[in-house]
Design a protein around this ligand. Structure first.
Ligand SMILES: Cc1cc2nc3c(=O)[nH]c(=O)nc-3n(C[C@H](O)[C@H](O)[C@H](O)COP(=O)(O)OP(=O)(O)OC[C@H]3O[C@@H](n4cnc5c(N)ncnc54)[C@H](O)[C@@H]3O)c2cc1C
Length: 303
C-alpha cells in the first residue's frame, strides 16, 4: 500500500484507520482475510476525502455496511475498505417517513419507526444490516423489500461529488438494486412510511422475530440466505431435498434448522464456505438441473 496515501489519509481524517485489518472482525459470518486499509470515517466529508484520495492515488476502494451479506475470501482485500456501520448514524423523523443516514442499523430504524407509529418495515426486524446495505441489496422478506420505501438517496460518487438520486433513477428487483452497478457510496436516504398504530407495529415486530428464531440459526454467525431463490422455487427446499442439512467442510456447516444457511461453528475460513457452496450447487444442478446463484457477495482474493 502506498505510504503517501496512508500519511495523507491520517492527516485528512479523524476517523479510524487500520492497516491489515482482518475483516472477520467486521462480518457477521466472522470470516474474512485482511483489508490493506480499513477506514471508518466520522462523517460525509471524511468519506468524500477518502474517496478523493483513493482516486488521486489510483487505489481501489469498496464499501462495507454491516458485513451481513459478504463472504470475504481468505487472502483479503487489496486497497481501501470504507466501513459505514457506526459512521453516519443520524435520523430525522417526519410524519410520513424519515431522512436517514446509511450507517444506521435496520434493527434501530425499525424500532424507532414503530415507536412513532410508522409502519411498513417491521419485517426488517432481525436483519443485522445497515440501511445502506439494505438499499444496495434491496433486502426483503416475502413479497416486500426495502426499495418499496425509498424515495431518493444521497450518494458520494467515485470523484468525491455528493449528489441525490431520485426514485426514477433507481431500479429495485429481487435482491437487486441499480446501485450494485454504480461505484458510489450511499450516505443518506429519504424513506416514505405510512402511518399505523404503535402497538400493532410492535406486535408485528415481535411476530417476525419469533418466526426468525424458530426457523433460522440465529445463535450462530451466518450471512443469512446463501443462495437466491430461483424463479417459482425456494433454494432452501431444493437444498434440503439434496440432503444438504448438516453437510460440513472444516468449520462451516449447512444449518440443520434451515438448509439455505451456512453456519460458522467457530474458526471457519472462507475456503470452507466456498467448498460447501460448490458442492451444494453441484448437487442441486445434478438433481434438478437448476443453477443456484449466490445471494451473498463473494469479494477479495483467495489465499
Ligand atoms: C441473520 C441474518 C438474517 C438475514 N435476513 C435477511 C432477510 O430476511 N432478507 C434479506 O434480504 N437479507 C437478509 N440477510 C442478509 C443481509 O442482512 C442483507 O443483504 C443486508 O441488506 C446487507 O446489509 P449490510 O449493511 O450488512 O451490507 P454488507 O453486507 O456490508 O454489503 C452488502 C453490499 O452492499 C454494499 N454496501 C453496503 N453499504 C453501502 C453503502 N452505504 N453504499 C454503497 N454500497 C454499500 C457493499 O459494498 C456490498 O456490495 C440476513 C443476514 C443475516 C446475517
Amino acid at each position: 500500500m502506498n505510504p503517501h496515501l496512508i500519511n495523507t489519509l491520517q492527516d485528512s481524517i479523524q476517523g479510524t484507520i487500520k492497516l491489515n485489518e482482518p475483516l472477520k472482525n467486521h462480518t457477521t459470518w466472522k470470516i474474512g482475510g485482511p483489508a490493506d486499509v480499513l477506514v471508518i470515517p466520522q462523517n460525509r466529508e471524511e468519506i468524500r476525502r477518502t474517496v478523493l484520495l483513493c482516486h488521486e492515488y489510483n487505489i481501489p476502494w469498496l464499501v462495507l455496511g454491516n458485513g451481513s451479506n459478504l463472504l470475504v475470501l481468505d487472502g483479503g482485500i487489496r486497497g481501501v475498505v470504507i466501513k459505514m456501520e457506526g459512521a453516519l448514524t443520524g435520523c430525522i423523523w417526519q410524519e410520513n417517513g424519515v431522512t436517514v443516514e446509511t450507517g444506521v442499523s435496520l434493527p434501530r430504524l425499525v424500532r424507532d419507526a414503530a415507536k412513532r407509529g410508522l409502519t411498513g418495515l417491521e419485517w426488517c426486524a432481525g436483519i443485522p444490516a445497515s440501511v445502506g446495505g439494505a438499499i444496495v441489496m434491496n433486502a426483503g422478506v416475502g413479497n416486500d423489500s426495502f426499495g418499496n420505501y425509498v424515495e431518493k438517496i444521497e450518494v458520494v460518487d467515485s470523484t468525491g461529488q455528493v449528489k441525490w438520486r431520485e426514485k426514477e433513477e433507481l431500479i429495485f428487483n429481487y435482491r437487486f438494486s441499480s446501485q450494485q452497478e454504480r461505484q458510489e457510496i450511499i450516505t443518506g436516504a429519504v424513506l416514505t412510511l405510512p402511518q399505523g398504530k404503535r402497538e400493532e407495529c410492535e406486535e408485528k415486530i415481535r411476530d417476525y422475530l419469533k418466526k426468525r428464531r424458530s426457523s433460522q440459526p440465529v445463535e450462530y454467525p451466518t450471512a443469512g440466505s446463501v443462495f437466491k431463490n430461483p424463479p417459482r422455487n425456494y433454494a432452501g427446499r431444493l437444498l434440503e431435498a439434496v440432503g444438504a442439512k448438516g453437510m460440513t467442510v472444516g468449520s462451516a456447516q449447512v444449518s440443520e434448522k434451515h438448509a439455505n444457511f451456512i453456519i460458522n461453528l467457530g474458526g471457519a475460513c472462507a475456503q470452507d464456505v466456498t467448498q460447501l457452496i460448490k458442492e451444494l450447487k453441484s448437487r442441486v444442478r445434478q438433481e434438478f438441473r437448476i443453477n443456484l446463484e449466490t445471494e451473498v457477495r463473494i469479494i477479495g482474493e483467495a489465499r
